[in-house]
Design a binder for this molecule. Sequence first.
Ligand code: GDG
Length: 484
Amino acid sequence: MIIPNLGGINLMSQESSSKRLVLISNGEPYAHNYDNGNIVCKKLAGGLTTGLDPMMQEDKGLWVAWGRGNADFKVVDEENKVKVPDKNGYTLKRVHLTSKEQNGFYYGFSNEIMWPICHAFVSKANFEREYWYTYQKVNKKYAETTIKELTENDLIWIHDYQLSLVPGYIRKTKHKAKIAMFWHIPWPAWEAFRTIPWRKKIIKHMLAADFIAFHTPLFVKNFLDCAKKIGAKINYKNNTIICNNHQTKVISIPLGIDYKQFAGENNNSTINKKAVSLKTKYNAEKLIFGVDRLDYTKGILQRLKAMDLLYEKHPEYIGEVTMVQRISPSRTEVKEYQDMKETINRKIAQINGKYQKDHWVPIKYFYDSVPQKELLPYYRAADIALITPLIDGMNLVAKEYLAVQNNGMLILSEFAGAAKYLQDALLVNPYDTETVVDKIHHALQMPEKERKHRLHKLKEDIQTYDINWWRDKFLQKWEEVYDQ
Ligand code: GDG
């Protein structure tokens, strides 16, 4: 018997508007923190929040997430709930994690095992058994917190690699729950995934969901292959998996951005003024921009090596082409990330020492996290966005840059999920420094006609496949699971 046929719910129909979306993610969309004795609420950066907050505003659901702000539990009610502050508002239910849980579940299992393995950096994984115990415990905690809140018609949408076991734990007590999952990072080939000693339980628990989506067809294929290896029955024709008499449909749906909102800023004179003043401030005839969370997957060092070689091969760009690199701090407690920060600092100092002259420095570097709005003048000012992840689930920065630009060019790693859908960008292998340099040179010299043509096609793509398309597609495909 295959369970998911629950009788034709229509998630998009009028009558389904009473159905509530219950979203579960590790990171919370808003944090409350003390600032000079006052409690301040801040919207948090990150791909997931950026993508889902507008949808939750519209759908007035319930969002369950870890409360990380130092005043988070000062503002919640007795059920750990708080209304988020933005225009329509929705309810955020915070999960409290002890520091031991944070270490084992988040810094440990999620960031030292799941993250490197899913990004195929096997040698960076640290398979501590203690991490695994805590990961299971915390995933159970998320599931129990959610189960308490569930009503019969809720649609439970779980996000990402920190919560892979939650579908299984919810299914155990709520047999008929409608559960879906979106996986924001890559799913690796079996050769990488099999190194996790607890691989079988992870996949089996995920397969308690009725519907799972990834960013790209490659991640779907990798997941089907891994499920097969742990003994599930796979139908490669319609991408379904049967495990423990339960069927899961798996597809790719690339996450898009809120195109309207970004493109709407195109005529914002404050942003345009700031963009102009940035170029003046950095003495930049041409400006190259990069912005990333600090992470070894983002290829920041490879990008800097390319900039170094650019100035060496093309001295005509010295004093003319400036790079602004913003890095937002991430996983600051993990030693790997602290070391990476040092290496990047050293490389930037070395490049700047080598090429700076008069009032010009080649690389302007910021290590801080800013509200998304503050990135817009940089997107606007940049003649080139240089985005070179060694591997990335999607990469929303690439799409945001395109939405805000009218004249620039995107250089994008072919290993970002976004590259599959943005074929008119200049695609590069970030490990191939010489070619990255050639592409930067190409972008700087590109005739306006070609640049406009490419940009036009790229913008068309992100406009069509925006956040609303993604949400509707996800809900529609999820609904179809119950129509069979
Ligand atoms: C994961 C996957 C996937 C705001 N301020 C800053 C900042 N933001 C916003 C950006 C953008 C988002 O954060 C970063 O999104 P990315 O997609 O580039 O990267 P991850 O955080 O690694 O997200 C990724 C995503 O989930 C969604 O599924 O695309 O592959 O790894 O919206 O405007 N970003 C940075 N600094 C800031 O100060 N870097």
